[in-house]
Ligand binder design. Structure first.
Ligand code: MSP
Length: 485
């Protein structure tokens, strides 16, 4: 196995509604990590996709008066469009409705669980929350409704196939306790360990076809449809060609980092590792659990109706500004509230008046110097990544990386004000401009995982030719035009 590989995934979103900025947040976290790993020279594979089966999707299609396929096609397209407009550097996009790529792996894993004697049939009665696509306990309800979705669960009495999750409680617990399956942040690790200490119950892994037709049939039993989570979780390996492309699977599995939101911790830290153990496969190495983007203090979601449309934000402020705001303002693993006021304040202070202004000031002076021969003045370009940078990445504190970079930008701003390069003459001015350009180029490199387009623009404006040992500075359009009052 090549140890130079890095396999990263996001959760796959339900296609019951178009994407909102909560989805954008998760994609961006994964994108920055993927880009950072590429900076380290890793062979990165970055997977994302859509979760298209289950009741949530089927009901949404019915409401819209179209077939599930037509409906999910439309929203899957919107997710792809968002990913492209946000400049997310994914390598692969998997759709669970893809009968050629995804279904065979789901059948394969089902068969493996069967062979391990971990699938059995039983009659069951329980409360089903459609929003969660999961059975929930009576004790989880608040005033008779699911506290997350504010909906009454369905009372269900049926015969299902069950997965022997209980059998894996101890093994999964051990993996997590020993950090073989590392859960970030620590608070989420403790949360799942406390759940595991209470013991896991077996879970329903299928639904009768008359209740749920929109899904993958249970192999050998056309009267049952595979439970949407068993189907969806398998995306992480079906996209590698599990059971179909042994070489690719061997190269990239296990996943190095799986990025998911806190609401689906249990599925990824309990059911998913248990399925893999049962199938005799390795478990992922790290599960990075982020918080929620809230709006008015409440989780942003279609059901609540408090969503912010990422396309509108991108259209008005640009993708780079949205990337910056979500990754800087919202702590990677905590909840964070989204408001236009906060967004515009950060845009104006950090992007327009901060980074954008410095680049404009230095390039205006630099351009006047023409092609600068730097064979006698050293251009200081830091080729290594600073220690803080690597540490924060290792701890997945992406917002801290940006905070640090902006402190550097602040110091650079002060230096410009103190040294007043526009008042300097000849060699002194040249030395000062070369030094500031080197600092900006170093900043651009550190920024590249977060703001890839901006980093590219800075590199173009401060063109360093290492062969000729020249620096040519050019003015450009404002990186972040100031917002009109
Ligand atoms: N389909 C399942 C995941 C299956 S993974 C095998 C699902 N879909 S979802 O569309 O509801 O959520 C997809 C991801 O987006 C999840 O990680 C979820 O936590 C995240 N978010 C959804 N709303 C969010 C916010 N308001 N804020 C941040 N992330 C949120 O769960």
């Amino acid at each position: 196995m090549s140890n130079n590989k890095f396999y990263i995934t996001t959760a796959i979103a339900y296609t019951n509604a178009p994407p909102h900025i909560g989805h954008a947040f998760e994609l961006l976290i994964a994108d920055v990590i993927a880009r950072y790993q590429r900076l380290l020279g890793k062979d990165v594979r970055f997977l994302t996709g859509t979760d298209e089966h289950g009741i949530t999707n089927a009901q949404a299609a019915k409401k819209a008066g179209v077939s599930p396929k037509t409906f999910t096609d439309k929203n899957a397209y919107l997710f792809k469009e968002l990913i492209d407009s946000l400049d997310v550097s994914y390598n692969d996009f998997i759709r669970t409705s893809d009968e050629k790529r995804h279904w065979p792996s789901v059948v394969k894993i089902w068969q493996k669980l069967l062979i391990s004697n971990d699938i059995y049939k039983k009659s069951y009665q329980g409360l089903y929350c459609i929003g969660h696509e999961a059975f929930i306990k009576e004790s989880d309800l608040v005033d008779g409704v699911c506290p997350d979705h504010k909906t009454k669960p369905e009372v269900i009495s049926e015969e299902n196939y069950f997965f022997r999750l209980s059998k894996y409680t101890e093994k999964v617990k051990k993996l997590i306790e020993t950090d073989k399956l590392r859960i970030v942040p620590e608070s989420r690790k403790n949360e799942i360990l406390s759940l595991l200490r209470d013991g896991l119950e077996d879970v329903s892994f299928s639904r009768p076809v008359e209740k749920l037709k929109w899904g993958i049939p249970v192999p050998g039993d056309e009267t049952q449809t595979i439970y949407v989570w068993a189907d969806a979780l398998t995306n992480y390996i079906s996209a590698l060609g599990y059971g179909e492309n042994a070489e690719q699977f061997k190269k990239y599995w296990p996943a190095d980092t799986q990025v998911v939101g806190k609401d689906i911790l249990r599925f990824h830290a309990a059911i998913w590792p248990a399925m893999l153990l049962s199938a005799g496969e390795k478990c992922p190495l790290t599960l990075l659990v982020h918080g929620f983007i809230t709006s008015g203090g409440i989780k942003m979601s279609k059901t609540v109706g408090n969503i912010v449309d990422p396309f509108v934000m991108i259209e008005k402020y640009g993708a780079e500004a949205l990337r910056y705001f979500l990754l800087r303002e919202i702590s990677t693993t905590d909840d964070g509230d989204f408001t236009r006021e906060k967004f515009e304040a950060r845009y104006q202070a950090d992007l327009a008046n901060g980074l954008g202004n410095i680049v404009a000031r230095v390039s205006a002076i630099g351009e006047k110097l023409g092609v600068i021969d730097i064979s006698d003045v050293k251009l200081f370009l830091d080729a290594s990544l600073p220690q803080y940078y690597k540490e924060f990445f290792e701890e997945y504190k992406l917002h801290e990386v940006l905070k640090h970079i902006w402190e550097d930008i602040g110091r650079l701003d002060k230096k410009i004000n103190d040294e007043k390069p526009w008042e300097l003459k000849d060699v002194q001015q040249k030395m000062c401009v070369v030094e500031l350009s080197g600092a900006l180029l170093s900043i651009a490199r550190l920024l590249s995982p977060f703001l890839p387009k901006t980093a590219e623009k800075i590199k173009k404006q401060f063109h360093f030719d290492s062969k000729k040992q020249t620096l040519t500075v050019k003015r450009g359009k404002p990186l972040f035009p100031r917002l009109e009052k």
